[in-house]
Write a new protein. Sequence first.
Length: 219
Amino acid sequence: MQSSHDTILAPSILAGDHADLKSSLKKIEAAGLSWVHLDIMDGHFVPNLTFGPQTVKAMRSSTNLFFDVHLMLDNPDKLVDAFIDAGADQVTIHVEPDYPIQETLTRIKTRGCKCGVVLNPDTPAEAAKPYLAECDIILLMTVQPGFGGQCFRKDVLSKIEIFANWRKELGLNYRLQVDGGVDLNSAGDCTIRGVDTLVAGTAFFKAEDPQAFNTAVTK
Ligand code: DX5
Ligand code: ZN
């Protein structure tokens, strides 16, 4: 199933150098890429903590990369404005916690930012169906979120097919993104099914030649 979008790689800064985020951003730019994926964790929705709007703002001052901000928070509705103020270009929010999802998506859009919903590996596709028309992107987690370096969950491949089919049947144009355990092998399994946006942390930052890695996964 083809996507009408070009396939792109969004490296996750989670696997970068947190004592020198600037150099990690430069590494992404040097590989010729235009997106960076920023994982925001609250220590509650996921069992890990990363960074907040202040750090995003600091990064914003040193790069023009597209900021793809993935909020792993129990109450994303309380913080979307702060991340948009800090320089987010796109904000994705999970469907699992209890908060006004539709209102939050509308809020993000009203602020001139792209938006999307995220599903954990065990969350059924139907949970995102009410929001599809609003979304610029659908993010399917291919690991349980919280940590980089986990193994890709092949059982999510069938869910990718569902979203690729819905995109076609419903005449929608959202990007289809996967996040977690994306490497040379799993990337191909995803893109052949209609994924056009790949997040990779470990595989990108550990690659001997990040530019060649990008070429290989997006071909
Ligand atoms: C997982 C994060 C991912 C993570 C991916 O909770 O949402 O973005 O950084 O890392 P890798 O590519 O190492 O699985
Ligand atoms: Zn992520």
